[in-house]
Ligand binder design. Structure first.
Ligand SMILES: [Zn+2]
Length: 213
């Protein structure tokens, strides 16, 4: 038993993920639903690790075109210039607009990648049956869920930047294909975070489970 005590699953119970009611699972394990709200009960969400891995890798693959393809094309009477997100950050970097460059860099480049690294870390530690720093890993998971709500911040920032550029006469901005991939990274990452079952963090490694019966 670890510092958190025995898990509900090791005692044949599961908490309803919708209303929180703790229910004894039928033996042998079969389909069960919550007597209070009717939600399907799972000791652990089925194939949570596999699904979360698949979505994390998909988001990581989408992150590549998101950064390599132009996110905006700036049209002037002299011609059109297409910029990727990093080129945009470099162009924004000036004595007056450097804070905006940092916000765009953090919101569009650092946070999406950081979320994927954090998800991979949670998956790897769960697969290795780690029992260390469980509280910190749960906090990390909660942080991922919290950031998910603010994921469209980079879209907001980019719109803001476009609005600033539009203020100049004879100049207009069009979104590039990179924006679609950025949106896909955000959505796929949110689905990945939701498919991860945080209860897995508290599960003991296989050998210990047997030792404790
Ligand atoms: Zn319920």
């Amino acid at each position: 038993m670890n510092s958190a005590g025995a898990s509900a699953l090791s005692q044949g119970c599961a908490g309803c993920e919708v209303c929180g009611l703790v229910v004894r699972l039928p033996v042998p394990a079969g389909a069960a639903s919550c007597p209070r709200c009717g939600e399907r009960l799972h000791g652990r969400r089925p194939a949570s690790i596999e699904r979360t891995w698949a979505l994390t890798i998909a988001a990581l693959l989408l992150y590549i075109p998101a950064n390599l393809l132009p996110v905006m094309t700036t049209n002037t009477p002299l011609g059109a210039v297409s910029d990727t997100i990093m080129q945009g950050v470099v162009e924004l970097w000036s004595p007056t607009s450097w804070p905006l460059a940092i916000v765009v860099f953090v919101a569009s480049v650092t946070i999406p990648l950081g979320k994927l690294i954090a998800l991979a870390y949670l998956l790897l530690t769960v697969q290795r049956g780690s029992v260390r720093s469980n509280e910190q890993r749960v906090r990390l998971y909660r942080l991922l869920k919290f950031i998910g709500r603010w994921s469209m911040l980079d879209v907001f920032v980019d719109t803001f930047v476009v609005a600033l550029i539009q203020l100049q006469p004879l100049m207009w901005v069009e979104p590039g294909a990179g924006v679609i991939y950025f949106a896909a990274v955000v959505v796929v990452t949110m689905v990945a975070v939701n498919s991860f079952d945080p209860r897995l963090i508290w599960d003991l490694p296989q050998q210990e489970k047997q030792a404790h019966g």
